[in-house]
Each structure stands twice: as C-alpha cells, then as structure tokens.
Design a protein around this ligand. Sequence first.
Ligand code: PEP
Ligand code: MN
Length: 340
Amino acid sequence: MILVLAPDLPATHRNRIRRRLESQSFGVVYVSGGDYPYLEVSGEIPALHSLKPQYWPGVIAAVPVSTLHPHVADRTGEAAAAVAVSAGDLALGRPNFQFIAGPCALEEPDRTLSLATRVRDAGVKLFRGGAFKPRSSPYAFQGLGKVGLELLAQVRSELGLRVVTEVLDVRDLEAVAEIADVLQVGSRNMYNTGLLSELGRLRQPVLLKRGFAATLDEFLSAAETVVLGGNDQLILCERGVRSGVDRHGVVLDLGVVADLRRRTPFPVYVDPSHGAAVSPRVAPLARAAVAAGCDGLLIEVHDAPELALSDGQQAIEPDEFTRLVGEIERIRRALEGARE
Ligand code: PEP
Ligand code: MN
C-alpha cells in the first residue's frame, strides 16, 4: 500500500506513522523527491486497509496496490480460474447455467410438491423454498422451521430435485446442512460474520446474497470470510439494493454482475424477484440479468401468489416461469452467437 503524505509533514510526525506501522509488523520504505513524499508499506494489507490509514492526520491518500480480498477477488494466474461449484453431480459454474426456482417460503406439503413438479417440468434442477424466513416484521409468517426442512427432504427424494434453502442462525446450521444441497445466506445476514465463518468450515455450496445496502467491497469481504475458512464452494448473488428513488424501494444492480465476473472466479447469480419487488418486473429483469452475464437465476414461483404466505407480490406463476425459461435459453444462445 502507498501512503501519500502531506508535503509539509514534519519528520517527527512521519516517524510516528512509521513506528505505528512497524509495531504492527508492516515493512515501511520512505520515498521522497517527487511532489508528494510517500511510504511504501508491505505486509498484511487487508488488515492495514481496515485501519483506514487514509484518514490518519498527515496522510492524504492510501492506495492499495495489492488485492484486499486475496481469497476471492483480483486473483491472478491459476487462482483466477473459474471455481467449479458442484451440488452432487450438478455443476453450478460457467458454462452450466442453472435456475433456482420455487416459492419464497415452504407452505403446505401438497402445494409445495405440486409446485416443485411444475418447476421440474420446466427444466429446473434446483428447487428453492425457505423453511426459516428472515421476515422484517415479527408478526409475519416466519416459516415452517424443521417441518419445512422435512418437506424439502421429501422434494429431494421424491422428485429428484436438488434443494436450496436459507440458514438464518448458526444454531440451525447442522440441520439445514443435512438437507440442503446449497445453503443460502440472505441479504440481511450478509454481515453475520459468525454465521459466515461457520459456513467456511463446511464443504457444501453456499449461495451468498449481497446485503441490500452493501458496497461491493463489503460483499467481497463477506465472501472472503467464507472462503478463508476453506470453503470455496461459493456462489455470489445480486438481489437488488435499497433505493429511495425507486417506487418499490429497490433497484437491481446489474453493473455489479460485470464487476463480480471480472474480479472473482465464482459463479455469479442474480435474483430478479427480490430485485423487482413486484411480479411484472421479474421477467424483464431476468432477461436483462442474463444479458449482463450472470451464471444463473434465482426466481420465486408460486401457483397462487395471492395465497402465498411470503413475497406473493413478486412471485410469478408456473406458466410464466416456464415461458421465461425458454426465453432465457434463446437469449443465451443469441449471446453466444453475438460473441463469436
Ligand atoms: C429470499 O430469498 O426469500 C430472501 C429472503 O431473500 P433476501 O435475503 O435477498 O431478501
Ligand atoms: Mn422471498
């Protein structure tokens, strides 16, 4: 990292900065002669970055010249090669585009099984459904809990689908990991470093959603927490960010898809359902996400959205979903042709 110093900084002050850095085992080289003197600092730069040295008195800029997320971003050589994420025999990374589809929350068994059959018939291999729901209101339906996990196990064994579900709390991790082929970390939990560290100890795929107000840097730091623990089976998922400008309070950030694809080796998924907030916007945003280069889509589907216990307003119905799957396939083929 380069710490650019104020031109008139007294040597005593500069030495104080140097001593602070050296006491924390950073290497420091002082360079002068140009318009600005600077310190070249070596060592564990992500740790130094977290100390925000750009705000220290006497420092006018701190420029990292190495990656701040060494396990997940801006890697070079072999480390930058696409990571193969697999749920059993199902490959989830490039070039294997996948849909994750199903209701927001698991509900009655019959409804869940018939919906799972509909999405399977549309070609989906990964069924989603929340057993533990992170609802903003304590009065809202909180999910079926362990009963929901049993239902997912039934979907898995009877229909041959892989299942994706959210783990909300470290106390449920073992139970969720036993059933889920992919463990989802929701937007609200992206900052839950205790949970992320525990997921790092698993060797199962984790779908990490971006916090709805998280910067790219914070999202990558959350990803780093999982991978640092040894679990590189990671999928990154953009799901929309809070915006007071939009009528529905959320904007799907497709620019971040390009950033993530350029900077990380992990599959990048998009959730146009939470990013849309209302169902008429889901299919257009899904098409745009594919054009922006995502590796998969997570879409909420419900056979009777008006009866849904969670997020019915953004659920699309199975017929519309089936049409969308066909459209996405055609868009992907067209994109391949366009890139030739
Ligand atoms: C969900 O997938 O149903 C969900 C709660 O998503 P998010 O964490 O993105 O709000
Ligand atoms: Mn939902």
